[in-house]
Write a protein that binds this ligand. Structure first.
Ligand SMILES: Cc1cc2nc3c(=O)[nH]c(=O)nc-3n(C[C@H](O)[C@H](O)[C@H](O)COP(=O)(O)OP(=O)(O)OC[C@H]3O[C@@H](n4cnc5c(N)ncnc54)[C@H](O)[C@@H]3O)c2cc1C
Length: 495
């Protein structure tokens, strides 16, 4: 399988091309490689200079939400010599990815094309089938453009998380910074206040980091409607509790998905809030499936100078003094020099054109949020790779959701739609993939618990498979119709 230079373009043939070297693309490669050999050539492409995706660009004090063993590629275990409960740092995650790639290099002939931007592709008819021809442009060099010809193209661009940026503010008298710039706080006078804007995972991580690193500073949070988090102490209990207590993920999703009927999200939301989450106060409303511990939450609540439940619109200078303006119309004068750290929403902020998760011919797989089969794209990568390997990609009528549109239209309903979808699709997939595929899925949050604790859920689903599928399907159809979002099996699948 060769490479040829044709005019200003190099043409490269391969058996599989994966665009996106983040956790989703690597999980796809893990699964697909189960069905491939060293003779098979895989081209792995990323616009970044290396693999690892968003973890290369996110803020340095980020820590994993879940204990590190459950954030991996396929069944690859971590070599990190830390407690199982350790929440890995950015550097640790990137080191783990490096080890995973090494292991994938042993399975297939892996050609890594970093520093190439995927620009588009066509599916063309060739003898006996269809192949994709993808155009790649070098991002930083004078190298030739690449044309990749492949019978299987995977675009694993994931949630397209943007790099954190400072907020654009009118005032010249405040210092607007991004979470990447916390070191700047070393410089200003110790008593200069800090406002963290955003109450989600980035906001809470940032508040925690600033309060810990700069205890003398007055730190306030601006949290809008506020965010609820899964309670990590309950979701991933440590010590002996793991053997008998805790809120396991799949049973939790099942509990919520069975209560949800496609119309009653307000009621189920109250239940979710009461039973499974924690937050800075009882009024917090947003939920993005982030995870926080009781200790982190209590630390921030105890040490924050103020928690503002409003949305910052701008900071303007009025008579030589910066004034914060809020969406409610409220205003607040702040000290000159105040730091404003922008930690507002990084998920589903754009409106990308719709693209089905698999093309009609089965040649192109697209892992992104407009036609998504799991909220967690790492799961999409893992399971779609398994379906491709098993030759079932076009046979299984997975329920796809346009998460981008859903999230902006109805966040509460979206919460239960993605959980319902996760269960529905997992049941369909389990019907057709080998048992080994389930065992190899290191992403499964319930691997935190001993195997005997995972069995009742599997048995329960086996016994009630049919009625659960009917219930989930009805809820999903109803909620998609109400929210006016695209949802359902693709037209190419029988529904
Ligand atoms: C602050 C933050 C913290 C998070 N913490 C967690 C956590 O603790 N646990 C968890 O499970 N999830 C977490 N997430 C969600 C997280 O985004 C996913 O878990 C996961 O890492 C995303 O991987 P991905 O492969 O889907 O996407 P990415 O990591 O974004 O990878 C996609 C890759 O595709 C490449 N790409 C995109 N377009 C092109 C193109 N046109 N040409 C070439 N290359 C392209 C990008 O360069 C990128 O490398 C977090 C998200 C954020 C924002």
């Amino acid at each position: 399988m060769g490479t040829q230079v044709s005019g200003p373009r190099t043409v490269e043939d391969c058996d599989l091309c994966i665009v996106g070297a983040g956790i989703s693309g690597l999980n796809f490669l893990f699964s697909a490689s189960r069905y491939m050999s060293k003779a098979d050539k895989v081209v792995l492409v990323d616009r970044n200079p290396t693999f690892g995706g968003m973890w290369n660009e996110t803020y340095p004090y980020v820590r994993l939400h879940q204990p590190h063993p459950m954030f991996t590629v396929g069944n690859f275990s971590w070599s990190l010599d830390k407690e199982r409960s350790h929440l890995a740092t950015r550097e640790e995650i990137l080191r783990h990815f490096a080890e995973c790639i090494d292991r994938l290099r042993d399975r297939v002939t892996l050609v890594e094309r970093y520093g190439y931007e995927y620009e588009g592709h066509e599916e063309v008819r060739v003898d006996g089938g269809v192949r994709a021809e993808a155009r790649l442009r070098p991002t930083a060099s004078d190298d030739h453009e690449l044309l990749i010809r492949t019978p299987r193209l995977v675009k694993a661009v994931g949630m397209r998380v943007p790099k954190p940026e400072p907020l654009t503010l009118s005032s010249r008298d405040v210092v607007s910074i991004s979470p990447l710039d916390l070191d700047l706080l070393e410089r200003g006078a110790e008593e200069t206040p800090v406002y963290v804007v955003g109450g989600g995972k980035t906001g809470m991580d940032t508040a925690h980091a600033v309060l810990s690193r700069f205890p003398a500073r007055e730190v306030s949070l601006i949290i809008g409607k506020g965010t609820m988090f899964w309670n990590r102490n309950e979701a991933f209990p440590t010590g002996l509790k793991r053997w008998w207590a805790g809120d396991m993920a799949m049973p939790t999703f099942l509990d919520l998905a069975l209560r949800f009927n496609g119309t009653n999200e307000a009621e189920v939301y109250e239940y979710l809030k009461r039973e499974y989450t924690l937050s800075l106060n009882d009024r917090c409303e947003n939920f993005l499936s982030g995870i926080l511990s009781e200790e982190e939450n209590a630390f921030i609540a105890a040490h924050a100078h103020d928690v503002v439940e409003d949305y910052l619109v701008d900071v303007v200078d009025v008579a030589g003094r910066p004034v914060m303006k809020f969406r409610s119309g409220a205003e607040r004068a702040v000290e000159p020099g105040t730091y404003v750290v922008g930690c507002t929403g990084s998920l589903f902020r754009d409106n990308h054109p719709y693209e089905p998760y698999v093309s009609e011919s089965g040649t192109t797989v697209s892992i992104q949020s407009t036609s998504s089969v799991y909220l967690f794209q790492s799961f999409s990568g893992y399971w779609l790779g398994q379906l491709l390997g098993a030759g079932k990609l076009l046979d299984v009528p997975l329920y796809a959701l346009d998460n981008e549109r859903f999230f902006t239209r109805d966040r509460k309903a979206f919460t239960f739609a993605w959980m319902t979808q996760l269960l529905y699709n997992t049941i369909l997939i389990m019907d057709v993939v080998p048992a080994r595929a389930l065992r190899d899925c290191g992403l499964n949050f319930d691997n935190w618990y001993p195997l005997y604790r995972q069995l009742p859920f599997l048995l329960n689903v086996k016994i009630h498979r049919r009625s659960y599928l009917e219930h989930f399907r009805r809820s999903l159809d109803r909620v998609c119709e109400r929210a006016q979002v695209q949802g359902g099996p693709l037209a190419t699948h029988s529904g």
